[in-house]
Design a protein around this ligand. Sequence first.
Ligand code: PLP
Length: 375
Amino acid sequence: MPSERDNIRSLHAYVPGEQPTAAQTAAGAVIKLNTNENAYPPAPAVMDAVRGVSAEALRLYPSANAAPFRSAAADLHAVSPQQVIATNGGDELLRLLVTVYCQPSGQGAAGGLGMTDPSYTLYAVLAGIHDTPVTWVTRGDDAQGGFPLPADYAQQLNAAGCRLAFLVNPHAPSGTLENTDTLRTLAQGFEGVLVIDEAYADFGPEGESPGMQLIREGQDNVVVLRSLSKGYALAGLRFGYGVASTTVIAALDKARDSYNLDALAQAAATAALGDQDYARGRWAQTRAQRTRLSDALRERGFQIPDSHTNFVLARVPQGGPAAADYYQSLKAKGILIRYFDTPRLADRLRITVGTAEQNDALLAAIDGAAEGARC
Ligand SMILES: *Cc1c(COP(=O)(O)O)cnc(C)c1O
């Protein structure tokens, strides 16, 4: 039997956040603030749409290009349906982009896939699966605990010969937001395809996002990623989409699975986009809770860059428990948050914004952990 390819053998696979068992979740035993799921349920219209799918619709293959969803997304962002691709989570779009734009090693790959450090840890794993090199561009450090984007990001990517680069905006894991002017300069300066990962854009300032703005201006080397997992409370559905020029979308369409989205998912996702009033109300609630949580943690000495997402990155106060100790102490109380044991993140906790009650429980547990360390 042949062994797997060398790059797969040496690959460190993506490590997802912990998911409690169905029994633990049902018993309400766990407060889950570790993987940035929406704190609130999806719109009632979503469940109605799922229940409305007929046996006949399941007997037949679904729309191969998710046509009803594409037109709903096109209407929402004022682009054409040919500028939209629907994917099995935003993650499938990321994988498609690497497949379509990056050469494998030894085949003129040069800089391969460009990304900043830190950013979404899946990016480098996708490059590894495809066996294309990664070019890391280091972000700075600012007084708020944020990681500012280097002004010469485009030039560094060009110098390395990157054909594709990912930029998550609002940034994960810090939550900070780059504005449209910064992104326009970056897109115009970069010789490759720039992917603006807007998985969290729904929680940003109200109004259109920087990435969508650039697409409508006709910036043809930009791809904007959106996900229904966070903003629309549908992480379990696995649905995302990309918006770009018709040329880019046509290239991506060639490389995806023929029927990449099932009939139930298409019905649910289309219904979710259709109820913007519901979604906007939930985003407003999340923003209000984010402000409250950020203020409460800052009062306790945590340092937090201004977040435009549904999570905060909190650097623990000097002289108290280490971030890893907070993580363990909260876990023992049934509260899951995310701790990244990497050099730039080891003194921080990434905490998903929960409901008011969940955030209260989180703050009480943080106080308990700090208290316990003093005794
Ligand atoms: C959640 C997320 C995505 C996409 O997630 P899906 O669940 O696959 O839609 C993409 N990028 C970032 C940074 C994310 O956090």
